[in-house]
Every structure is written in C-alpha cells, then in structure tokens.
Design a protein around this ligand. Structure first.
Ligand code: SF4
Length: 917
C-alpha cells in the first residue's frame, strides 16, 4: 500500500494514497467533478477538458485527471468560474455533436448537458448540417454500430480496446471535425475486432452501441439489473443483466469485482438470447412408439421413478448411472450426486471433467494432492513469466487472456507451447511448436537443460519435495538423455528454442504455468502433467506468490461440480469415498444409514458407455450434458445409447442426446435460478435469478428431489438454493466458511475453512496438500502415441475450441451475433499438404478414419504443421468425435481427443450417400 497523504478539496480534509489520481480521489470523496474522457480503469487522457480545477499556488485552471495527489495539495473543485468554464467546454463539445437520443444507451454527455441546463437546440457554432455531412456510420460489425456524429473524441473506446482488452484495434482517422474512430484499417467488420464490446460499455455518448435489441430496448423501461455469473467459460465473469418486460435486453460487465472488473468477451456480452429462444423445452416429453409426446410432470416423473427402480430391482444397484453438468450450479450438482448416491445407491456418475482435465487433476492430486489452480486470475498480469502449454487461452478464456496481455505490456515474458498457432503467439517471446503428442519429451528436454545448467532450486527441493535430492536424482537419471539435440529429433522443436525457453522459465523471478486440454486430452495425459509438474517443482516455481500451475476450466462450473461431489471416486470436498469417517458424517447429515452410501468406486464417462455395450448399465440419467456430441468415438457411443433400456435427459433444449431419450425434462437456464458456481481460480460466485422460466420448465435440483421421492427415497427437503448451499458447506471442508451473505460482497476462493476466513488467493504457500505437506516428483519417460499415421490415414488431426462458439453449441448457436462471427465447421491444413492432396482452399472435403467420417470445408493455413490438421469440434453437422478414440489414459481415464489419424478426400471422390455422419 502506498503512503497515505492529506490534501484539501474545497476546504475538506481528505486522506488518500500518495500518487493517486486527483479526479478519482475527489469523486470517491463525494466531489462529483464532471469528466467524460476519464474512467477509473483507464490511464487519464485530459481530452474532454471538463474536469477543470484550481490548485493552490498554481496559475490558472488545470485538469484534475492529470494530477497525482501529494501531501498538502489544496484544490478548488467548485466555484462560479469553474462552473462557467465547464459549461463553455460542454457547449463546445455539443457544437460538434448530434444530440439525438433514443433511450437505448446510457448517455453520460446528455446527463451533463441537462445538469448544466444547456439548451441543445440553441447551442453550437458548427452547423448541424456540417456535422451530418461529415458523419461516418460504420455498421459492418456483427456486434455494434459506430456513429461519428455522436462521438466526442474522448479516446475511451480506443483505450478500452488497448489498455483493458489488450487488442489495440481502434484508432482515429482524419482530423478535426472530420475525425472518427476506425477499427483496423477502416472497416469494423473486416478488422480483428472480435466483438467483446468493451468500447460499447465505456463509450459515454452512445457513439458506439450494440446491435442486438436495438429497436426494442428502452432504458427508461428497464425494471431491474441483476448481477450474475456468465454461463459460458470457466473465467466466471460477473454480468449485469438488464431486464425489460421480463426479457434480458443487455449484458454489461459488472465493474469493480473480480474476476473480470467489467470486462467481457463476445459470449458474455452477446450470448444470452438462448434464454428466450422459442426452441426452449417447456413441457416434459415422453417417447411413445418412437415419437415424443407432451406429458404432465406427474406422468413423466412417475414413469422415471418406476423405470429406475425396476432396473435397480432386476439388474442391481450398479445398473443405473448418471452424467451431471458443468453448466449447472453447485446446488444442482450437489443434489445430483446425492440423488445418484442415495436413489441409485451407487457412485456411477461423471461429467465433462473426465473428458477435459481428468488427467491434469489426477496428475496434480498424485503429486501435490490438489487438482485446482494455484493462482488467482489477477496473477496472470503480475507474474514475470507465463508458460502456456496446450492452451489457446485467447479463444478459450478470453478474459484471463486480457490479464496476460496487460502483463506483457508491463514486461511479462510469455512462452507458448502448442503444435498449432494460437493468437497468443503474437504476444509471446518464444513459440515452441512440437509435433502433436511429444509433450513429455519436450518437458524432459527442458528439465535436462535446467539440470545441466544448474538452474534448479535446491533449497526448495530439500524443503518441499518428498525425499528431496534423492527424488531429484531419480528425475535427473530419467531425463539426462533428453539433450536438446535428442529432444529436437523427437519434437521437431529447434534445440536453441528449447534451451532459451528452459532458461526463461527457470530463471524468472516468478513463473506460472497455464496448462490446457492440448496437454490433458492425450492417452499420455497424466504423464504429460507429471512432466510439467516436475519442471515446476525442481525450479521452485510453485509454493510462492505469483508462481504455480493452473488448468483454466472449460465450462463455467467444471471446478464446482467435482468440488461438491460429482465424482465416481470422491465425496464433496475431494474426500475419497473409501473414507469411513466421512461416510459416517454424511450419513448423519443426510439422515440415512451409513451402509446406504456406497464405497465402491463408480464408473467414469467412457466406462459407462463400455458397460452399456456389455449390458451392465441399463438406465442412464443425463442432466445438462450432450455426450452425443462431446464423447469420443461417437458411433460407438451412439450404439451404446440405443442399447439402453431407459434414458432420461434433463436439459433446456432438444439436443443430439435428448433425441435418443425415453423421457426429456425441461430444465432451467442460468438466468432463471439462484445458486453458485466455482470458477477456474476456485472462486465461489453467485448465480442470481433474473427472469422466469418458460412454460412448465423447472429448476434442475427440484426435478431430482421429486424423482427421488417417487423412488421412495428422500434426498432432503430444501426451501431454496441457499438451504442447499448451507448443507454443501457442512459436508465440504474447503467451503465450510462460505455462505450466501458473505458472497454478496463478491466471490470467495476456497479453501475457506471457517466463517472468519477471507478465502485463499494462492495455494501451497506454506505446504502442499499431501499428508506430508510435501510434493512428489514422478519421473516419466516419453512414449510414442498409440495412434500413428499410416498410408491409409496419413494426417494427424487435432481439435479444439473457437472464441465465439461454445461446447456443443446448444446455447451459443442460438445467438445471432455469435453465429455471425463464425458458425461453420472447417479443417485447417498446411499449404504444402493442400498441394500434395490436390485440394483447393474452401473446398468441401470428407475426413475419414477407421472410426467414422464427416464432411467439412478445407481452409489452407500455416497455423498447423505439415502432416497435421485441426478442426473446431463444436459443430453437430460435422461431428469431430466421430473420428476420436475412446481409449483411456490408464490413470485418469481421459480419452485422447487430440490425436486422431485421418485421411482427407475431395467430396467428388466419394458418393454422398455413402457418407455416414
Ligand atoms: Fe463469459 Fe468466459 Fe467470456 Fe468471461 S471470458 S464473458 S466467463 S465466456
């Protein structure tokens, strides 16, 4: 904290931190000095000249936004002369401004005009005709419109784009009254603008406004603004939803609160129309003779209860299973695991975490007994070095990426390791581009450099690693053959780059790792994570501030669902299901006999599919997941689902999966319920109800309670979501000190063991979570991937996400803005391969392997290596997972989504009727 000084504003004595901005200090102390170009999140500009003040012993008038406070400063903020000065400045600004107002945006300028009682009709030394002649309107963006006649050239949008989002896309064109804002080289829709809307949120005059709901929204008719959490990725951005006539009309980023401090990406700002989609499920549906028929809740719930009871009775308690949802709240997920444990009486439950970060969590738990992110999102701006591996963070976690970009502007060094180019490469010091699947060799190569150059932290090794230098020597013995030359041969990465990256990471004052699904979704996923952790541990780049390892989570509540017990292996709070003491405690709180809670490990996602094929699983309950897009080897999964005796899907839309169901139940979206989620930095955040559910849709947890009751099992009677959270806190030690009242002040990072605990921004500062408090090193050898290219399938396919679509697109594809930024499947191929296979850019192609095939469009690109191709996996009409494998990493049971050998054919080479999609 800076030194506190004393200053006077209009004779009032004020204390402030030395060097703080005077305008900010004045406003925080109730002096509402006007100013349009100033924003707390931006560096001062002094462009609008409205925040004029007088400083004692300084001649004339000066701009408050340009002054840093110091001890003894005396300021006059309000007098007649200043009032007149500000009024004349406003009149001057108004003379070049179109004052028309349609009540669709918040207009700070207009408010000042009214406050200063300026007549907009009489004012102005520039004819309005001239203004309109010079007006530039750019409506080429899918997300926003710019109107230069309303622009006062305050620079807020330009600075929002550069300083907050780190994109640097906006600038001025022309001069004087003719000047206007341009994106990129001139046309907004052709620029790199990705529609985050930071400029819209910060524009003080309505010169930049969003396109959605333009003709409907009336700010004077907004009945409430609700703070809640974004329903998309694991950043957990805080939104402010504007509600008019019971509908969401707008989303702003919620200012002054972590994790986003007002920032949003395009999905958070424009991805909410799905809530009011006409395609929402509104009534229970029962499949009768192959056709879905609307039913009453009573009929549907009774049928479900009787079917699952029948299966239990006739095939045993292990014959039912459930998939839960990373899009549902902690409260929904907690009730889900209780439902499976008490009503099904098994631990056969899983969800998408198995398919994204199971290997990361498994590796981290074995090594440091915690699978969660070590750091806070803010650390991504402050650390000195960031190693980003297998993680396209700008597309997958855009707001985390804004911190990284701001860090780079302050001198942070970024190392990107990815076989495919990602936008972060533009900000990186080094890009390591290994051949897909060679991560262990690369990490061992970096470890070899670190050891051979004695860049290890032996104090840390001795103090914080089990068996200290003995464990280190074992790692040294395994990695010593991975010389830079040997590693280059395996990975294809230039040996000099390996050496530079190793030195950069090991010698950085502080270094963090952001690992992603490029690392985890491999048959060697756990080994990959071990090798990464080994490097982290021997350099001591963990266990201190701004250091650690972070696996940003894909969906908004991937973290929370396991935290609250949706796991075949863990009770809430990562307590093993074999822990008898905890079983007793749960039995007591759940008011059931101890033996009713199974200690037999359940089946994981892929194991459930295999068990269905074997006839061991007969009934499946799916809450908010779409495995017939997201599971690997979909032809095999689809065949399994067709074998099920009974399938129930609870969701907000009809999906590829619910089409296969026997009963479909209409559930609630994020905007229709109370609850909490846990984001990627372990932050428990509130979800709040903003609008009513459509038709007869119900809250997810309430549906489960009702079914359990009809199965003859009580899983508790809860008045509301808060009552459920109270129980979560009782059985989940890492959340014991969290409650809804505390969460009103903002998110809390677990562990938070008691009511007085503030939460934990950084993990492992004193010790690791293992019983000994020390970490374990697991040396690993590089092994070739089981999937290999061949003459029949000569290309290795990688897959991943894109910024403007999300998961299986059930939500994102129902929003026009998101679709306009990209709504089509494609495959990226290196130009030399395009030539080799005689295909043209933009041509329709068939992608084939022994597991299945799909059709898509070819895009020539140097983003991928020769011999490798890349596809976004979101699109149901080009199911990438037709081609992926359902083999499993032996430790974590994750599937190797990232590596599938394929061949590509021009579409005319095949007969369309032969294509199986
Ligand atoms: Fe939502 Fe993630 Fe975008 Fe934030 S970064 S607005 S949480 S999708």
């Amino acid at each position: 904290m800076q030194k506190l000084i004393t200053l006077k504003i209009d004779q009032q004595i004020i204390q402030a931190e030395e060097g703080s901005n005077l305008l900010k200090v004045a406003r925080e102390n109730g002096f509402n000095i006007p100013g349009l170009c100033f924003h707390n999140k931006l560096t001062p500009t002094a462009a609008c000249r409205l925040c004029s003040v007088k400083i004692k012993n300084t001649k004339g008038i000066t701009m408050a936004c340009g002054i840093k406070v110091s001890d003894g400063l005396e300021v006059i903020a309000f007098d007649d002369e200043l009032h007149e000065n500000r009024k004349q400045t406003l009149i001057h600004l108004l003379s070049e401004h179109n004052p028309a107002f349609d009540d669709t945006y918040y207009d700070e300028f207009r408010e000042l005009i009214h406050a200063f009682k300026i007549d907009t009709n009489k004012t102005g030394n520039v004819s309005k005709e001239i203004i309109f002649q010079e007006t530039v309107i750019d409506s080429s963006s899918p997300a926003l419109v710019y109107d230069s006649s309303k622009c006062i050239k305050c620079f807020r949008c330009i600075k929002a784009c550069t300083e907050i989002q780190g994109k640097d896309i906006l600038s001025f064109a022309e001069r004087g009254i003719s000047s206007y804002i341009v994106a990129g080289t001139g046309v907004w829709g052709e620029s790199e603008c990705d529609g985050c809307g930071e400029c819209i949120q910060l524009c003080p005059t309505g010169a930049i406004v969003e396109i959605p709901h333009r003709s409907e929204i009336k700010l004077s008719k907004i009945t409430k603004k609700v703070q809640t959490t974004c329903p998309y990725c694991g950043v957990g951005c805080q939104l402010l939803l504007y509600i008019q006539d019971g509908k969401i009309m707008r989303a702003d980023g919620f200012e002054n609160s972590s994790p986003n401090y007002g920032r949003l990406c395009v999905k958070g700002r424009f991805g909410y129309d799905f809530v009011h989609s006409k395609e929402r499920l509104t009534k229970p549906l029962i499949k009768k003779e192959g056709i879905f028929v609307e039913s009453s809740w009573e009929e549907a719930l009774t049928l479900i209860a009787s079917k699952f009871n029948f299966i239990k009775k006739n095939f045993g308690i292990d014959a039912n299973a459930g998939y839960s949802s990373a899009k549902c709240t902690n409260e929904d997920n907690y009730i889900f695991q209780k439902f499976i444990r008490l009503a099904f009486e098994s631990n056969n439950m899983d969800y998408c975490t198995r398919l994204c970060h199971a290997s990361t969590v498994t590796g981290m738990i074995k090594s440091i007994n915690s699978g969660a992110a070590s750091n806070s999102i803010e650390d991504f701006e402050e650390t000195s070095c960031l190693f980003v591996i297998g993680n396209n963070i700008i597309d997958t976690h855009p707001i985390t990426a804004t911190y990284v970009k701001r860090g780079v502007a302050k001198g942070m060094k970024v190392i990107v390791c990815d076989p495919k180019w990602t936008p972060l490469v533009k900000y990186a010091k080094i890009w390591l581009q290994p051949k897909a699947g060679t991560d262990v060799a690369l990490m061992n190569g970096m470890i070899q450099v670190i050891i051979s150059e004695n860049l290890i932290d032996s104090d840390f090794i001795n103090a914080r690693i089990e068996n200290g230098m003995v464990a280190y020597e074992e790692l040294k013995a395994v990695t010593e053959k991975y010389t830079p030359e040997y590693t280059e041969k395996i990975t294809g990465v230039d040996k000099e780059k390996i050496i530079t990256a190793a030195r950069m990471y090991a010698t950085a004052e502080t270094a963090m790792i952001a690992t992603g699904m490029g690392m985890s979704q491999q048959i060697t996923g756990t080994a990959n994570v071990f090798s990464l952790l080994n490097m982290c541990l021997i350099t001591g780049q963990i266990g201190k501030a701004l250091c650690g390892i972070n696996p940003p989570r894909g969906q908004n509540n991937v973290q929370g669902a396991t935290d609250v017990g949706v796991s075949p292996f863990y009770f809430p709070g990562y307590i093993p299901i074999t822990n008898t003491e905890n079983r007793k405690k749960l039995a007591n709180i759940w008011k059931v006999k101890e033996e009713k809670i199974s200690s037999k490990p359940g089946l994981t996602t892929i194991e459930i599919v295999h068990a269905v094929h074997q006839g061991d699983i007969k009934g499946l309950y799916i809450m908010g997941e779409n495995p017939l897009v997201t599971d690997p080897n979909l032809n095999h999964t689809r065949a399994a689902f067709q074998k099920l005796d009974f399938l129930v899907v609870q969701d907000i839309f009809m999906t590829e999966t619910s089409l296969e169901a026997d009963v479909v139940l209409p559930a609630s979206s994020f905007a229709e319920k109370e609850g909490t989620i846990v984001n990627s930095d372990r932050r428990v955040l509130r979800v709040r109800k903003a609008v009513e559910m459509p038709g007869e849709a119900r809250e997810d947890w309430k549906i489960l309670v009702e079914i359990a009751e009809r199965m003859g099992v009580s899983i508790g009677k809860y008045a509301d979501a808060e009552a459920i959270f109270k129980e979560i806190a009782m059985v989940t030690p890492i959340m014991a000190g969290i409650n809804y009242t505390k969460l009103e002040k903002g998110g809390i990072q677990w562990p938070c063991p008691d009511e007085n605990h503030p939460g934990t921004p950084t993990l492992f500062l004193d010790k690791f979570s293992t019983p000994s408090g020390k970490a374990k090193i697991f040396p690993v050898e590089y092994e070739e991937q089981s999937e290999k290219v061949s003459a029949a399938y000569p290309l290795m396919m990688n897959s991943g996400r894109i910024l403007n679509q999300y998961h299986s697109t059930t939500m994102s594809r129902k929003n026009n803005v998101l679709n306009e930024y990209g709504n089509q499947s494609y495959i990226l191929m290196h130009p030399s391969d395009v030539q080799k296979y005689n295909i043209s850019n933009g041509e329709k192609v068939r992608v084939i392997n022994k597991r299945g095939e799909l059709m898509t469009t070819l895009r020539e690109s140097t983003e991928v290596l020769q011999g490798e191709v890349f596809m976004p996996w979101h699109f149901g009409e080009s199911l990438v997972n037709n081609l992926t494998r359902d083999e499993m990493d032996e430790f974590s049971k994750i599937a190797p989504f990232k590596l599938s050998a394929v061949r590509i054919e021009k579409i005319e080479q095949c007969i369309p009727s032969e294509i199986k999609i």
